[in-house]
Design a binder for this molecule. Structure first.
Ligand SMILES: Cc1cc2nc3c(=O)[nH]c(=O)nc-3n(C[C@H](O)[C@H](O)[C@H](O)COP(=O)(O)OP(=O)(O)OC[C@H]3O[C@@H](n4cnc5c(N)ncnc54)[C@H](O)[C@@H]3O)c2cc1C
Length: 388
């Protein structure tokens, strides 16, 4: 098919290709070329690296095996050798690809980086531009793969991280991370296998990828088990977390009453326990699946204990009138004190661990509306809410 360099080694500007141009000498490019040849059609493969199956050869880790049984991965017209195991190793797959190419006499033009390809309607041909020359053909087939380019998430502040940051295509073996803590972003095939590789080399991997909790209730991350640090969800910071910071160990009371003027000693809770474990994650930041959580832990925690909590928000309403009888258990108190107490109203959450976080409406009078949409009516005291 020829190359861009002529016999004197000078560059030619333009090369006519008798048959389709195929971009990429991975498995797809090779099998297309083989199938075309099998039907008597010549083709030319342009490959930017210096070898076939460059993804496997140059951009995969040492322990890689096929993730699918070999019968689902062999290329047409020329199968895997009989003696290959069910899951061939990286090196077996490479040797298979090399035999495949030589069996069909496929000789790609290496180190040709396709920079542009456009159909020239004035001449009715494709012009395919590499750094060396322009190839011209009736047809172009693009087989440049789906995972050649690294997809690295944006992580604000990553430049302040002292350790190595490596994309899997540059990861070779867990031996480089022996006895270290490694945060792995992504739980796909590569993430899972690299995680295993790290374990085998005595490193401690932490993996982060999650589906959004179902429903529409607000979501919080429960940082129990972590120390102190900062967390990002899909590149957005949810802020500093510090669940190891405990609330003061004295001053807590069992009874909690916010009535009257506020002061910071009212309703002290969690005495001696973490002052905050739940950190809000806005739902609008999440996709249904494939979300990424990145943690920069400063004190050393256990991310396996991280979990999601969803908050159920509901409304409680109640009303009482002067003519309501008071609860039966108050009758004896009245007899003892001689004083008649008025009717009582109490609100209670339906589930344990739920709390009433705010009171939105109170009326001393005759309010209008229903629970969730009450409003004051003609006869009312607008100051009722402020005394509750
Ligand atoms: C960890 C891992 C495990 C996998 N396990 C399996 C498995 O078990 N079974 C299975 O069937 N598949 C598996 N795959 C997927 C498989 O590797 C890919 O589907 C396969 O490599 C795709 O082949 P391809 O030819 O389409 O692309 P690639 O192999 O990516 O080849 C594309 C080629 O195009 C070249 N190229 C790109 N851009 C240009 C350009 N501008 N100019 C010139 N050349 C260019 C690249 O250099 C490359 O050689 C796995 C992948 C990974 C990462």
């Amino acid at each position: 098919m020829g190359s861009c360099k002529n016999q004197e080694g000078n560059r030619q500007n333009c090369l006519w290709v008798h048959g389709p141009i195929i971009v990429g000498a991975g498995p797809s490019g090779n099998l297309i070329s083989a199938c075309l040849k099998n039907n008597g059609v010549r083709s030319l493969i342009l490959e930017r690296s210096d070898c076939i199956a460059s993804l496997r050869k140059q951009r995969t880790y040492d322990r890689l095996k096929l993730h699918l049984p070999k019968q689902f991965c062999e290329l047409p017209l020329f199968g895997f050798p009989e003696n290959f195991p069910k899951y061939p190793t990286k090196h077996q797959f490479i040797s298979y690809m090399e035999s495949y190419a030589s069996h069909f006499n496929i000789e790609p033009s290496f180190e040709q980086v396709v920079k542009r390809a456009e159909f020239d309607s004035t001449i009715g041909f494709w012009r395919v531009q590499t750094q060396d020359c322009e190839y011209i053909s009736w047809w172009i087939i693009v087989a440049t793969g789906e995972n050649v380019e690294p997809a690295i998430p944006e992580i604000p502040g990553i430049e302040r991280f002292d350790g190595p940051v490596v994309f899997t295509s540059l990861y070779t073996s867990g031996s480089d991370f022996r006895n270290q803590s490694v945060l792995l972003v992504g739980c796909g095939n590569s993430g899972m296998e690299v995680s295993l590789d790290l374990c085998k080399h005595n490193a401690t991997p932490h993996m982060t990828n999650f589906d959004a909790p179902s429903g529409n209730n607000p979501i919080a991350l429960d940082f129990t088990g972590m120390g102190k640090g900062e967390a990002w969800v899909n590149g957005q910071s949810i802020g500093r977390y510090w669940p190891t910071n405990n609330a003061p160990s004295s001053g807590c009371t069992n009874s909690c009453n916010y009535r009257g003027p506020y002061n910071s000693n009212k309703c002290l809770k969690n005495c001696g326990k973490p002052s905050q474990q739940l950190y809000h994650v806005p739902r609008s930041w999440l996709q249904s699946s494939g979300n990424t959580l990145v943690l920069f832990e400063e004190m050393g925690g256990d991310p396996t204990q991280l979990s999601f909590a969803t908050k159920q928000i509901g409304s409680l309403c109640s009303h009482v009138s002067e003519s309501h009888p008071q609860p039966v258990d108050m009758w004896s108190t009245d007899q003892m004190t001689g004083k008649k107490s008025g009717p009582m109203l109490s609100l209670e959450c339906p589930f344990p661990n739920q709390i009433i976080s705010s009171i939105k409406f109170a009326s001393f009078g005759t309010p209008r509306g229903t629970c969730g949409s009450f409003s004051h009516s003609q006869c009312s005291d607008n100051g009722a809410l402020s005394i509750i």
